[in-house]
Every structure is written in structure tokens, then in C-alpha cells.
Design a protein around this ligand. Structure first.
Ligand SMILES: Cc1cc2nc3c(=O)[nH]c(=O)nc-3n(C[C@H](O)[C@H](O)[C@H](O)COP(=O)(O)OP(=O)(O)OC[C@H]3O[C@@H](n4cnc5c(N)ncnc54)[C@H](O)[C@@H]3O)c2cc1C
Length: 615
């Protein structure tokens, strides 16, 4: 595939524009979350090379859009607009923004240079989860001990590689069509071609189409990052883009990088029969996770499987297999830089993170300078120019801003921007966004890790407590013979604030949402521990976690709209050391014992249950 970046040199506009009443302020410092690490080591110099096999541009636009308002020079903002909102990039971020924009009544266009759905749908979350669905089943069927414990007998499990690959490809196609149709049905104009910012509120796409919009969102995503010295041939030295096609299942594959992408692929490859060697630059595997969770994950996901690893080493040179010779990997010590080892393997998967895809976007036309390729934004996703000033009406969401490189984060940022441009101030709390790794069992997390929380507590002068529960005590997990797992909550005992939750165990990725929603809504432990969980369900793992937390007695609670102070000398509702039921304040008694509201609640609950059953 070919890619041509036209290095157009448009006149730079004055960076202080002001025609549309945007708020101008010097942004607060940029906040980057831990998963930003996924793009560590990115050097813009090799981004162009990486990009060159990514996007193919159709030679002609598929339809015309009036550009009359934008023909008055590049520097000046137009007086009227073709659209309320133009989004460059139709990945999940752009899609989420577009759907919310039409719901809010905005005339919206989305520009896509490749295929709708971007990384997540075509080369990321979607096909990888299809492969992981297969690996989960293979793993289970191959585990004789596990099967016997159910009283099941299964003869040797096998797979058809092409069938597995087709499952991933078919799923991506299906989801891509769903995304496209949802936008078409709602009246989003899907414009085809490479998009770039021509000037304030002005965008060029395809060969020579110019359109204007009151607001512009850049949502151009990311591509695999390949460090210098590594030669990718797409067959024996591959990135996730290639691996998801599952064109082969090598006997021995080295995975460079043990972040969540590398870890998920290790789950797939080992289930399909490969041996895996991890190469990790840091001193421990899975460095982005809470240390205790990484340790447990290593005990369950790495040690018993056909996986070995080299930590504290860099792969400085990787040469693809050729003329009967294997893939060669040269390793140096990450600290001393001394040569350490040379590995010979059948294949190597480069999972060293993602690089923002922002070249050729015309950012120089609005005086924006990228930081290692990422577009600088403030907490409202407003783009910051080279002078540290906000660029009016220009936003950047998703992987391209590097705040949190996850699909749902991209989409949530897009929705947040639409809220703002339609008059409602909104700041997304990135610490409430969950993340998951879909290994078997899964890992999920939200908020701070224990070391991060302790550091914050020391700085800000509050105490940090930790509570844990085990899947071994959960009936549903035991019924599934899946008792291996823990949930861990880090919190403030003085006020019951949840700082972070980490889960390793069956369906951890689904379980995390109770915690992430609690953080997003500001729900305190002393409130959520009163919520009821169905028995027997895995969600009781979290119920136990909340109930086991010891929140100090002076912490306030919130029930409905009434803010109530717990009137008890015990630590909390159930967690007092003497085990007595605490007394509650008169307000709380009033609410919890009032017969009419109790029966009203049951009635409403039954109605809502019935309504869900009969839809
Ligand atoms: C193997 C793998 C597994 C993953 N699994 C998960 C997961 O389980 N959960 C999760 O949350 N995240 C996962 N991710 C991450 C997730 O895919 C990304 O965070 C997400 O896709 C980012 O969305 P985005 O909209 O910012 O960018 P993208 O999805 O990359 O979309 C950007 C779009 O913009 C287009 N584009 C770029 N430049 C231009 C231009 N100038 N003009 C026009 N169009 C342009 C691109 O063609 C692309 O379609 C995974 C990633 C990988 C690689």
C-alpha cells in the first residue's frame, strides 16, 4: 500500500484567533496515565516509515461537499460553515464522537483515509478478542485435570488455523459494517480520503476537497511502534497488525514487550501450541500492572505455560528468517548496554507499544508542535499550540493524544468534546476509566496502583489502606473450577474514597465496572457496601471487597440526595471489629425503614425487571 504525505507549506495563522468565542487560557499541565507507556520509545523519525504501509488513499472523493465558505484564504477563519463538526479519523474515538454529535443535533462529517473502525475494529480489540475466545476454549479443552474435575472426558482438542483466522476476520468485518451503518443511519457524512487541517476551522480531505466546520476533532489514532534496528518483514518478524491475521502459528515465537498486547498474544500462541519467549526491557514482566497483580499473573499466566523470558534486556537488532536461517535477535543489557545474548527463533512479534499517527495532518498550519508525535491537549482535549495557548475549536481525542490509549477512552473523550461544543462543560476523569487484559484468566484495573496511591497519599497527607478478597471464597468461581484470582482495592480509610481496584480472575474485565462507575460517580465505600449483589455471582467478589474495607466512623455517606453523617462509633456498617450492627443516623433510619419507599422501591424494581425481560 502506498502513502504520500504532501508537505504543504501553508501560511501560519496567528495562533490567537477568537472568531468563535472559544475560551482562551493557558492550559494546566498535561496529565498522562500509566498506559501511555504503551507508546514509550517512539521516535518520530521512523513513524513515517511505519505509516507507509498503513493507509491507502482513494484518488477521488466519493461525493461533493460545498466548500464555498472556505475559499477566502487559509489563514482567516471562515464566516459560515459546511458542518458543525468535522472529525478526522473514523476509529472508535471518531465514531463515538460522531454518534453523540448527531444525537446533539450537530451536522457532522467524519473523514476516513482507510477503513471505518480504525485500529480497534480492524487491527486491535476486535480481532484479538476473537482469537482470545478461541484460545480460552482450547486452553480449557486441553486441560485434562480441569475437565476431569467436572466429570467430563474430552478427546484431544485440535484446531484449524484458517478457521480461527476466519473467525477473527469475520468478526472485524461484521463490527466494521455495524459501525458504518450506524453512522449512515444517523446522517453522519462519511467522507473518504486523507484529512488534514488547512487552517482554523478548515479541513482538506482527499485530493483537493476543502470543507469548514465550527469545530474540528482530530481522531487519527496510532500505529505499531517498531524500535530502531528491528526489521519487520510481515512474515517472521511481525507486529500485531500481522499477528491478528494468524497466517502462521510458529513453533517458537519471541514476543518483544510484555505489556497487555504482548501478554494477550502469549495467551493465544501458547494455547495454539507455540512456545513463547518474552523479551522485556524493564526488570519485571508486565510492568504496567499493580506489582502484586503482576506477581500473581506471572505465577498463573507465565510460569506453568511454555513461556520463558529475558528481563532487563533490549532487542537491538532483529533480522527476519531468510534462506533457511532462523530469526536472529541480538540482546543487550538494558542498563550496561553490554551485549547479552543472541536468540534464534522461528518468529518475533514486536509488541513494544504504539506510536501516534499524526504525520501529514497540517498541524503546522495551526502552529501545533507534537510531543514525540502526540498532539498536546489539555484536560478537555483542546489542542495546545507551540506557544502553550489553546487552539480555538480544535480538539484531539484517542490514541493520537496519548492520554490513555484504549478504545473506550477514545470514545469517551469524543463524547466529552461534543458535550463541550454543545454548551455543557465536561472534564473526563481518566482515573475512572477501566482497563483490561483479556488473558485466561483476565486482568482488569481502574485508578491507581498501590505504589501510586501510597505516593499520592504521602504527598497529600492522607492514609492509604488496602483490602483484598479471593475468588477461592466465591461460590460461582468455585462452581466453574476457577478459584484462582484476587480482587484488591486501594482506598482512603478517612473518607471511603476508592483510589484503585485491581482484579485478576474469571471475567475480571466485566467485574471492574462496578468499581469504575463508583469512582466516576464519586460513590464512597460506605455507600456502595450497602448495595445488594445477586447470589451466586462473581460480582460478590467485589461485594466482599467493599464490605471488608474499614472506613473511619466520621466519614460521611450519601443515600439518595441526602448527605448523611454516620452516627456510629464503629468503623463502618458491618466492618466494626466487634461485629455489632452500627447505629445509623436518624436521617438514614428514616429512609431505610420508611415502609412506603421500601415497597415503592420493590415495585419499581419488579417493573424494571419485567420491562427488561419483555423487551
Ligand atoms: C492488538 C491490539 C489489541 C487491542 N485491544 C484493546 C482492547 O481490548 N480494549 C481497548 O480498549 N483497546 C484495545 N486496543 C487499543 C485500541 O485499539 C485503541 O486504543 C483505539 O483503537 C484508539 O482509537 P482511536 O479512535 O484513537 O484511533 P484508531 O482506532 O487508530 O482510528 C484512527 C482512524 O483514523 C484514520 N486516520 C488516521 N489519519 C487519518 C487522516 N489524516 N485522515 C483520515 N483518516 C485518518 C485511520 O485510518 C483510523 O481508521 C488494542 C490495540 C491493539 C493494537
Amino acid at each position: 500500500m502506498a502513502l504520500s504525505f504532501s508537505q504543504t507549506s501553508f501560511t501560519r495563522p496567528n495562533h490567537v484567533l477568537g472568531s468563535t468565542g472559544s475560551v482562551f487560557s493557558t492550559p494546566t499541565s498535561l496529565r498522562f496515565c500509566g498506559l501511555r507507556r504503551e507508546a514509550f520509545g517512539f521516535s518520530p523519525s521512523n513513524q513515517l516509515a511505519l505509516n507507509s504501509d498503513r493507509i491507502q488513499f482513494p484518488s477521488r472523493k466519493s461525493f461533493q461537499v460545498s466548500a464555498s465558505a472556505s475559499s477566502n484564504g487559509n489563514g482567516a477563519p471562515p464566516k459560515s460553515f459546511d458542518y458543525d463538526l468535522i472529525i478526522i479519523g473514523a476509529g472508535v474515538g471518531g465514531h463515538g464522537a460522531a454518534l453523540h454529535a448527531v444525537e446533539k443535533g450537530l451536522k457532522t462529517a467524519i473523514i476516513e483515509g482507510d477503513v471505518v473502525g480504525g485500529t480497534c475494529v480492524n487491527r486491535g480489540c476486535v480481532p484479538s478478542k476473537a482469537l482470545l475466545a478461541v484460545s480460552g476454549r482450547m486452553r480449557e479443552l486441553q486441560n485434562e485435570h480441569h475437565m476431569k474435575s467436572f466429570g467430563l472426558q474430552v478427546s484431544a482438542a485440535g484446531y484449524d488455523r484458517q478457521g480461527v483466522a476466519d473467525h477473527a476476520n469475520n468478526l472485524a468485518t461484521k463490527i466494521r459494517n455495524n459501525l458504518t451503518n450506524s453512522m449512515k443511519a444517523l446522517g453522519v457524512d462519511i467522507l473518504t480520503g486523507f484529512g488534514s487541517v488547512l487552517g482554523p476551522q478548515k479541513v482538506k480531505y482527499g485530493k483537493d476537497n476543502i470543507i469548514t466546520a465550527k469545530d474540528i476533532i482530530i481522531a487519527t489514532g496510532s500505529v505499531p511502534f517498531v524500535p530502531k534496528g528491528i526489521e519487520v518483514d510481515g512474515k517472521t518478524v511481525i507486529t500485531s497488525d500481522h499477528a491478528l491475521k494468524l497466517e502462521s502459528v510458529p513453533e517458537w515465537i519471541a514476543i518483544v514487550g510484555s505489556g497487555y498486547i504482548g501478554l494477550e498474544f502469549s495467551d493465544v500462541y501458547t494455547a495454539l501450541g507455540s512456545e513463547v519467549t518474552f523479551i522485556e526491557a524493564l526488570d519485571q514482566l508486565m510492568p504496567g500492572f499493580d506489582p502484586e497483580i503482576s506477581k500473581l499473573a506471572q505465577r498463573v499466566l507465565i510460569n506453568p505455560r511454555k513461556i520463558d523470558y529475558h528481563t532487563g534486556v533490549f532487542a537491538t537488532k532483529i533480522t527476519p528468517a531468510k534462506d533457511g536461517k532462523p530469526v536472529l535477535i541480538e540482546l543487550i543489557d538494558a542498563k550496561t548496554k553490554e551485549p547479552k545474548d543472541t536468540l534464534e527463533v522461528d518468529a518475533a512479534l514486536i509488541a513494544t507499544g504504539r506510536a501516534p499517527f499524526t504525520n501529514g495532518l497540517g498541524l503546522e498550519n495551526v502552529n501545533v508542535v507534537t510531543q514525540r508525535g502526540f498532539i498536546p491537549v489539555d484536560e478537555r482535549m483542546r489542542v495546545i499550540d507551540g506557544n502553550g495557548t489553546l487552539v480555538p475549536n480544535l480538539y484531539c481525542i484517542g490514541d493520537a493524544n496519548g492520554k490513555l490509549m484504549l478504545a473506550h477512552a477514545a470514545s469517551a473523550q469524543g463524547i466529552s468534546v461534543v458535550e463541550q461544543v454543545t454548551g455543557r462543560d465536561h472534564v473526563l476523569n481518566h482515573l475512572s476509566i477501566p482497563a483490561a487484559c483479556f488473558t485466561h484468566p483476565e486482568i482488569s484495573m481502574v485508578g491507581l496502583t498501590e505504589p501510586q496511591a501510597k505516593e499520592k497519599g504521602e504527598k497529600e497527607g492522607f492514609k492509604v489502606s488496602v483490602v483484598k478478597t479471593s475468588f477461592k471464597a466465591n461460590t460461582k468461581a468455585l462452581a466453574e473450577n476457577e478459584g484462582e484470582g484476587i480482587a484488591k482495592m486501594i482506598y482512603r480509610p478517612d473518607n471511603g474514597e476508592i483510589l484503585g481496584v485491581h482484579i485478576f480472575g474469571l471475567h475480571a474485565a466485566d467485574l471492574i465496572h462496578e468499581a469504575s462507575n463508583a469512582i466516576a460517580l464519586g460513590t464512597r465505600i460506605q455507600d456502595i457496601k450497602l448495595a445488594v449483589h445477586a447470589h451466586p455471582t462473581l460480582s460478590e467478589v467485589l461485594d466482599e471487597l467493599f464490605k471488608a474495607a474499614k472506613v473511619e466512623s466520621h466519614a460521611t455517606t450519601r443515600t439518595g440526595d441526602a448527605k448523611i453523617k454516620l452516627n456510629t462509633n464503629q468503623e463502618d456498617q458491618r466492618g466494626g471489629d466487634d461485629g455489632k450492627q452500627p447505629s445509623v443516623s436518624e436521617d438514614l433510619k428514616d429512609i431505610s425503614t420508611k415502609p412506603s419507599s421500601f415497597f415503592e422501591n420493590i415495585y419499581v424494581g419488579v417493573l424494571s425487571l419485567l420491562s427488561r425481560i419483555f423487551v
